[in-house]
Ligand binder design. Sequence first.
Ligand SMILES: [Zn+2]
Length: 305
Amino acid sequence: MTRLTGILLWWLLLAGPAGAAAKLQVLASFLPMYAHAKSVAGELAEVRMFIDQEADPHDYEFKPSDVKKLAAADLFIANGAGVEEWLDDLLKKTGGGKLTVVDASAGIALLDNAREFFTGSAAAEEEEEHEHEHGDKNPHVWLDPVLAQRQVENILAALTVADAKNAAAYKQNADAYLAKLRQLDADYRAATGRLANKNLVTFHDAFPYLAKRYGFNYLGCIARFPEQDPKPAELKALIQAVKQHQVRVIFAENGYSPKLLTTVARQTGAAVGTLDTLEIGAPAADAYLVRMRKNLAALEKAWQP
Ligand SMILES: [Zn+2]
């Protein structure tokens, strides 16, 4: 090795990290947004999941270090639809800067939150207050494989604007990923289409978009938001509905201890299954596809004649 080659190599080694720093810095709000953004961006941008992998995106409590994280980012990919209610306060602390917030749900028609287990005027009034607190639209659009495609298209558009030099590569990645999402949709359609008696009871109100898409009979949930117990009248109505529709399996979810749910199961004779809301867990580009397929397998198993 000549002295000159040696110097050149050193120069290349030093230039490497500087080149990497020039990549677009993307923060994805929580797991599905990470999976979509990472699948479109590949190695062309630096994609990180914003919230801790065990944190609940519905009521995330930000840390002082999050202000720094946001200040260093170019794009923040939010699910939108009311999940990231903590984001506005956080952005005020960050003071704007160069950050662009992307609403991945732009253009998606939102469903109302469930009301069916709220009975009596007192409960209805409390419900009004609750809705004021959390918004009256259901935010779980990511759990519908068709709406997920719309989210991916929104993310692609944002990456293309923010980093035009890589537009063609982003488009190519997005096309490949969208094909997998279309296959996921086709598999949901085929597998659940041949089943009868698709009664869905879940822990929190996370699956109305999935239910609507594939014609499931969504009877309701135990708690509209994690760690928020239903009132006795609601619980009673739910138990009646489970008995009346002969629901064989009710679904707990990953990451939450379903004590109330097992109570309902015990009182109705239903078994307990698990569905994944994809709200928590380790970031991976294929996490959405892998975990949505696990959900499909769980539904098929529960509804098998
Ligand atoms: Zn949720």
